[in-house]
Design a protein around this ligand. Structure first.
Ligand SMILES: Cc1ncc(COP(=O)(O)O)c(C=O)c1O
Length: 450
């Protein structure tokens, strides 16, 4: 089946009723806050801040410094060392030990970025020229950089209307004899439908790689994110839940892939077995100063992840039932760690467009923005021009792929990016602040209701 095949007609944004949502949401948190949630119908009309009314969000909630004593302790220890190389480095060892407590995989390798982690996973999966890898088009380009560097072909599938994660049915439709892997991006820290994706991967003998870059501390049906796919990749870039400025980790419990991670992160050199260069890769190593920082940061992760989960779920609870607004959809047994919160508006439900809705929300004191990435990845100029390598794409020139990104279609993705509104969530926020954000959304939605 062709990878350019469009999905069936775009699915409408589904308005989820308060009752339906409660049946499918993180129940404990929601139940705790249910009584406090105002009913949309009972709310009095309030003057928009945009038109001179009082702001719904009274006070900003700055994040502040994200580091202190645990990081200082590790950095001081690092400064006592004579060497700062990762191999047999005590900071790297401690960092990976702490990582494996959070994400219990047998093999873990630190590296220089999430992009590097993903490239290492793609290398370990044995992906090469002309192979196809199915993934999401709403993601950081780092998800597919490694795929392209292996001269393989990213195939973009459509996403769930409310989860913004891979739609397993569309993934299966796009499988061809050339498909070798699926990269499941847990967008915003919301776990993908891993059971369905793993079943598809097993059925078609594909490698399932989890892109957990935005999902530190997330849980799928109670299990730590990153432990269901064959390999998992995390980013430690500055905006992530925990960070060392730039960095990454790749992990696996699979005996086919796990033992390969070290060498593919280290120029192809196997530091356990030695024996010269049996494999080829680039230098993706992370040094001891960064590992020290991450070892410190990992002690904070559970508090960060649980707080974000609580705040995001509270926002969902508070805006569920608002006509024309579709909250971020999370499976009731999963823990979404809200790298950000993404809700959708139904254009026909409002007398204003999304830009005006966002402007009004911003005036209420909500630092929101329209959409996420500007366009799906395959509509970026470098994809449209197939110009990945000095303006050329060797695998296409050699006839190893017929991929034409100018014809690639993902209708729900287009709709998500046109109707989504992004609201920051972070651990420095309070429940009162989130209640204010919810009030702002309700107020603006009510004001512009068609
Ligand atoms: C989903 C996703 N994948 C991959 C990456 C790449 O990570 P890095 O920026 O650390 O290379 C990011 C970073 O933003 C991301 O959000």
């Amino acid at each position: 089946m062709s990878h350019d095949r469009p999905t069936p007609s775009p699915r409408p944004v589904i308005a989820v009723s308060r009752r339906e949502f409660l049946a499918t949401s993180s129940a404990a948190v929601l139940a705790a806050n249910l009584d406090a949630a105002p009913s949309a119908a009972a709310e009095p009309a309030a003057k928009l801040a945009l038109e001179g009314g009082a702001k719904a969000v009274k006070q900003a909630c700055p994040l502040g410094l994200r580091w202190g004593e645990p990081e200082r302790e590790r950095l001081n220890a690092m400064l006592q060392q004579e060497g700062l190389f990762y191999w047999k480095g005590p900071q790297t060892a401690l960092m990976l030990e702490r990582f494996q407590e959070v994400c219990p995989v047998k093999y873990a390798q630190s590296c220089s970025s999430g992009t590097a982690a993903l490239h290492i996973a793609v290398l370990a999966a044995g992906i090469g020229p002309g192979d196809e890898v199915i993934t999401s088009p709403i993601t950081d380009i780092g998800t597919v950089i490694g795929v392209l560097y292996q001269q393989a072909v990213p195939v973009f599938a459509d996403l769930g209307a409310g989860t913004y994660n891979l739609d397993p049915a569309d993934v299966e439709r796009r499988i061809t004899p050339k498909t070798k892997a699926i990269i499941a991006v847990h967008l915003c820290g919301n776990p993908c439908d891993l059971r369905a994706l793993k079943a598809i991967a097993d059925k078609h003998k594909l490698v399932l790689i989890e892109d957990s870059c935005q999902a530190w501390g997330a849980k799928y049906r109670g299990q730590p994110i990153g432990t269901i796919g064959h390999m998992t990749c995390f980013s430690l870039q500055n905006t992530k839940h925990i960070t060392c400025g730039d960095g990454g980790v790749v992990g696996s419990s699979d005996e086919r892939f796990g033992p390969l991670l070290q060498k593919y992160g280290d120029k192809g050199f196997d530091r356990v077995k030695g024996g010269g260069f049996q494999a080829f890769s680039t230098n993706y190593r992370m040094s001891e100063p960064q590992a020290a920082m991450v070892a410190g940061q990992l002690t904070r992760l559970e508090a960060i992840a649980s707080k974000r989960a609580r705040l995001g779920n509270l926002l969902t609870e508070r805006i569920t039932g608002v006509p024309g607004v579709t909250p971020h959809q999370v499976h009731p047994e999963d823990r979404c760690v809200y790298w950000f919160y993404f809700f959708r508006i139904q254009p026909q439900a409002f007398r204003c467009d999304r830009a005006q809705f966002v402007k009004a929300l911003a005036a209420e004191g909500v630092p929101c923005s329209a959409g996420y990435i500007a366009v799906p990845l395959h509509r970026e100029p470098v994809f449209q021009q197939h110009g990945f390598f000095a303006g050329r794409w060797p695998v296409r020139e050699m006839g190893l792929t017929t991929m034409d990104y100018t014809k690639h279609q993902t209708p729900e993705v287009e709709a998500i990016l046109k109707t989504g509104i992004r609201v920051p969530i972070h651990e420095g926020m309070t429940e009162e602040y989130i209640a204010g954000v919810a009030e702002a959304i309700r107020k603006v939605a009510r004001h512009y209701a068609a």
